[in-house]
Design a protein around this ligand. Structure first.
Ligand SMILES: C[S@@+](CC[C@H](N)C(=O)[O-])C[C@H]1O[C@@H](n2cnc3c(N)ncnc32)[C@H](O)[C@@H]1O
Length: 187
């Protein structure tokens, strides 16, 4: 009955993202969130995806084409810190999604890092429209993961309550650094 953090993040996307919306997948990986967002925004919407690994972008592009979503998905082989270079207006995006850590079934030494993750989150916040969400799935079991977790928590915990609702969702009795979700909603 209790949803996993990942399932709960998709429940929030279902509520926040409408046909025609602009959305961002900041860590494309194997493309699960990209495809989810592409389905939700439809052919009139847009999903802008970032990953630093060619393998991730290529695999996801193949899935996007196979599922008929090519028109609404724009994948960038570059770091999510480039979100600040997108020509998007402030308050124009309904969802930004991050999955921290390494690419499942990929090179476990290539992980998201505190400095670039924080930079990308800072660039993302002004882009959120009212009721838009910034969702961060925090995987932190790998080397350096705890530093990134603490840095991200320090940032989102101090976002002003008058502008954002910030929620942490995850199981607290599981072993092995269970992932949790941080959800930031623009008021
Ligand atoms: C946990 S995986 C993402 C999982 C993905 N959401 C999925 O559906 O499979 C994290 C991804 O972040 C990517 N990554 C690491 N640093 C990055 C950066 N600075 N900008 C964008 N992606 C980055 C990694 O290459 C990896 O593919």
């Amino acid at each position: 009955m209790l949803e996993t953090a990942l399932h709960y993040s998709h429940y929030l996307l279902d509520k926040a993202v409408k046909t025609g919306d602009i959305t961002i997948d900041a860590t494309v990986g194997n493309g699960h969130d990209t495809l989810k967002l592409a389905h939700l925004v439809g052919s009139t919407g847009r999903v802008i995806g970032f990953d630093i690994q060619e393998q991730a972008i290529q695999t996801t592009l193949e899935k996007v084409i196979a599922d008929g979503f090519k028109s609404q998905v724009d994948l960038h082989l570059s770091g999510h810190e480039e979100i600040g270079s997108l020509s998007l207006e402030d308050e124009s995006v309904s969802a930004v999604v991050f999955n921290l850590g390494y690419l499942p079934r990929g090179d476990k030494s290539i992980v998201t890092t505190p400095a670039t993750t924080l930079e990308a989150i800072q660039h993302s916040l002004p882009l959120l429209k009212k009721d838009g969400v910034l969702l961060i799935m925090v995987y932190y079991g790998h080397e350096g993961g705890r530093n990134e977790k603490d840095a991200v928590l320090s940032l989102v915990e101090t976002l002003p309550q008058k502008d954002y609702n910030v929620l942490r969702y995850g199981f607290i009795n599981q072993v092995n650094s269970p992932p949790f979700l941080l959800a930031v909603e623009k008021k």
